[in-house]
Design a protein around this ligand. Structure first.
Ligand code: HEM
Ligand code: HEM
Ligand SMILES: [Fe+2]
Length: 485
C-alpha cells in the first residue's frame, strides 16, 4: 500500500541527464575548493609544493573549475526544467548525452595537462594543447572547440524541443535569445593577437558579458522556473518581472563593460561610459531582491522544499551584495584608479560568484534531490542542509572579508598614500592588515570545505529516510486507497 506513496515521479531522459550534470558540478565544486585552499596556503608559505604544483597552476584550476561547474550546474537546470516547460522529452537527447561524456573526458584531459605539463614554449602548439593563457578560460584551443560544439548542441536541443512542442513561452524566448549570446560570446575569447589591448578588449567580452549579462539572464530564467515550482508563483507575474530584469541587465551591463576598459589602452570616453552604465548595474539586482521577497512573502514560504527556498533568498541578497555592492564600490573610475587590480577585485569576485551563481546551483540541486528521492508533495527537509549552507556562507563571508581588508590596505597604503612606487608596493604587501588576512582566508576556506563535506553528505541522504514505509502515516495511505498519489 505504501508502495504507491513511495513512487517516484516519472523522470524524463533529459532530467536523468541533468542529474549527471549536477553530480559533475558538485564534484568540481570540491576540486575548486581544494585548489583554492592550496593556493591560499601557498600565499602564506610560498615553498609549499614549490615546483610540483605552482601557485599559478592551482589558481588556474581554482578559477577554471569554478567557471565549468557553475556553467554545468546551470545547464543541468535547463535540462531539468525544459521538458516540464515544453511538456515533452528533449529533442536530440542521445546527442546531448554523447557530447556530455565527451566534455567530461575533455575536462579530465585538460586538468591532467594543467597538472602535469603546466607550461610550454610561446608557440601555437602551446595555445592549442596546453593553455590559452586567458584567465578564467585558460582551456587550450582544442577544448575551446569542443566547448563551442557542446553549447551548440545544447542550443539545438532547446530550440528543437521548443519547435516540436509548439509551445513558446516568454521564459523560453528569453532563454533562447540568451543562449545564442552566451555561446557566441565564448568565441571572442578564442581570438589571438599580439596586441595586448585588443586581446584584453575581446577577452572581457566573455568575462564581463557572461557574468554581468548572459549568466544573470540565465539565472533569471532558472529562478523563474524555480519559483513556479517552489511557490506556485503565477507565470504572468514571473514573466513580467523577467522582462523587466532582462531589460535592465542588458541595458546597463552591455555598456557597463566599459569599467574594464579604463586602463587597458582604449579611448578615454570609456571612463565616462563605463563609469556611468556600470554604476547603474546594481539596479536589476535590486529588482531581483524585490521580486524574490515579494514572491516568498506572498506564498507559503518554504512549504515544499526548505533548502531550495532558503537558497533562493540567499541568491537574491547574495547577488545584490556580492555583485551589486562590492562591484559598485570599485566601479567609478575615480575610485578604480586606486583600487584596480588589488584584492578588492578578488573580494568582489568571491562574493559575486557565490552570491549569484553558487546559490543558484544549490537551488537547482535541491529541487532535483526532491524529485529524485520522493513524491513531490512531501516537503523536503533535513537537519544537515542548514549546517552545510551556514558553513558555506560563513566561509565565503570570511574569505570575502579577508580579501576586502587586504584590498583596502593595498588601495590605501600602496596606491593612495604611497603613490604606487615599488617601496609602497612592498609596504602594502607586508603591512599587518594585509599579511594577517592571508591566514584568515585559509581558515575560512577550511570552514567552507567543512560546509562542502556536509553538503555532499546531505545531498546523498536528504529525503531518503522519510521514504521508509513507517514514515508514511497509515491513515494517509489508507485514505488514498493506495492509489497513485
Ligand atoms: C554576478 C555578477 C558579477 C560577477 C560574478 C563578477 C565577477 C568579477 C570578477 C571575478 C572580477 C575580477 C576580474 C579579474 O580577474 O580581473 C570582477 C571585476 C570587476 N567587477 Fe565584477 N562581477 C559581477 C558583477 C559586477 C557588477 C554589477 C559591477 C558594478 C556595479 C562589477 C564591477 C566590477 C569592476 C569595476 C571590476 C574591476 C575591478 C578592478 O579594476 O580590479 N561587477 N568582477
Ligand atoms: C576554500 C575556499 C576558497 C579559498 C581558500 C580560495 C582562495 C583563493 C585564492 C588564494 C585565490 C587567488 C587570489 C590571488 O590571485 O591573489 C582565489 C581566486 C579566486 N577565487 Fe577563490 N577561494 C575559495 C573559494 C572560492 C569560491 C567558492 C569561489 C566562487 C564561487 C571563488 C572564486 C574565486 C575567483 C573568481 C578568483 C579570482 C579572483 C580575481 O582574480 O579577482 N573562490 N581564491
Ligand atoms: Fe564587469
Amino acid at each position: 500500500m505504501t508502495q504507491a506513496v513511495q513512487s517516484h515521479p516519472k523522470l524524463y531522459e533529459s532530467q536523468k541527464l541533468a542529474r549527471w550534470y549536477f553530480v559533475v558540478a558538485i564534484t568540481l565544486f570540491g576540486a575548486q575548493l581544494i585548489f583554492g585552499l592550496i593556493a591560499a596556503y601557498q600565499q602564506i608559505d610560498p615553498n609549499f609544493l614549490f615546483q610540483l604544483a605552482p601557485f599559478m597552476t592551482n589558481r588556474t584550476l581554482h578559477v577554471n573549475a569554478m567557471v565549468v561547474w557553475l556553467l554545468v550546474g546551470m545547464m543541468g537546470g535547463v535540462y531539468w526544467f525544459l521538458p516540464k516547460e515544453t511538456g515533452r522529452e528533449v529533442v536530440g537527447i542521445t546527442l546531448a548525452k554523447i557530447i556530455w561524456w565527451v566534455i567530461v573526458a575533455g575536462v579530465t584531459v585538460v586538468v591532467l595537462v594543467y597538472l602535469f605539463v603546466q607550461i610550454g614554449p610561446a608557440q601555437w602548439t602551446t595555445i592549442w594543447f596546453i593553455n590559452e593563457g586567458r584567465e578564467y578560460i585558460e582551456a587550450p584551443r582544442w577544448a575551446d572547440i569542443a566547448i563551442v560544439l557542446w553549447v551548440a548542441i545544447f542550443l539545438f536541443n532547446v530550440i528543437a524541443t521548443v519547435l516540436k512542442s509548439r509551445r513558446i513561452t516568454g521564459i523560453l524566448m528569453v532563454l533562447i535569445f540568451d543562449l545564442v549570446a552566451l555561446g557566441a560570446l565564448y568565441t571572442a575569447g578564442m581570438h589571438f593577437t599580439v596586441n595586448i589591448t585588443m586581446d584584453q578588449f575581446l577577452w572581457w567580452w566573455v568575462i564581463h558579458l557572461w557574468v554581468e549579462a548572459t549568466w544573470e539572464v540565465l539565472v533569471g530564467v532558472l529562478m523563474a522556473w524555480a519559483l513556479m515550482y517552489l511557490l506556485g508563483t503565477s507565470r504572468r507575474l514571473l514573466e513580467t518581472w523577467l522582462f523587466i530584469e532582462v531589460a535592465l541587465v542588458f541595458g546597463t551591463g552591455i555598456i557597463g563593460l566599459g569599467h574594464h576598459y579604463f586602463w587597458i589602452g582604449t579611448p578615454e570616453y570609456w571612463l565616462g561610459l563605463g563609469g556611468f552604465f556600470s554604476a547603474l548595474e546594481p539596479l536589476p539586482l535590486v529588482a531581483m531582491v524585490v521580486h524574490a521577497v515579494y514572491d516568498a512573502g506572498g506564498h507559503r514560504l518554504g512549504a515544499v522544499n526548505r533548502p531550495a527556498m532558503f537558497w533562493v533568498i540567499v541568491q537574491a541578497f547574495g547577488n545584490f551584495i556580492g555583485a551589486g555592492v562590492w562591484g559598485f564600490m570599485q566601479t567609478l573610475p575615480q575610485i578604480n584608479m586606486f583600487s584596480h587590480g588589488t584584492q578588492l577585485a578578488a573580494a568582489h569576485g568571491h562574493l559575486a560568484f557565490f552570491g549569484a551563481y553558487v546559490s543558484t546551483v544549490m537551488v537547482l540541486v535541491y529541487i532535483a534531490a526532491q524529485n529524485l528521492r520522493r513524491p513531490v508533495h512531501i516537503p523536503l527537509n533535513s537537519r544537515l542542509w542548514g549546517w552545510a549552507a551556514g558553513l558555506l556562507i560563513l566561509g565565503i563571508i570570511g574569505i570575502g572579508g579577508a580579501f576586502t581588508l587586504s584590498g583596502f590596505t593595498q588601495t590605501l597604503v600602496e596606491r593612495a598614500a604611497g603613490g604606487s612606487t615599488w617601496a609602497a608596493y612592498i609596504q602594502g604587501y607586508t603591512h599587518p592588515w594585509y599579511a594577517n588576512t592571508l591566514w584568515w582566508r585559509f581558515g575560512f576556506g577550511l570552514v567552507m570545505l567543512t560546509g562542502y563535506v556536509l553538503l555532499v553528505t546531505d545531498l546523498l541522504s536528504i529525503g531518503k529516510r522519510a521514504e521508509a514505509p513507517k514514515a508514511v502515516p497509515q491513515t494517509a495511505a489508507v485514505a488514498t486507497g493506495g492509489g497513485d498519489v
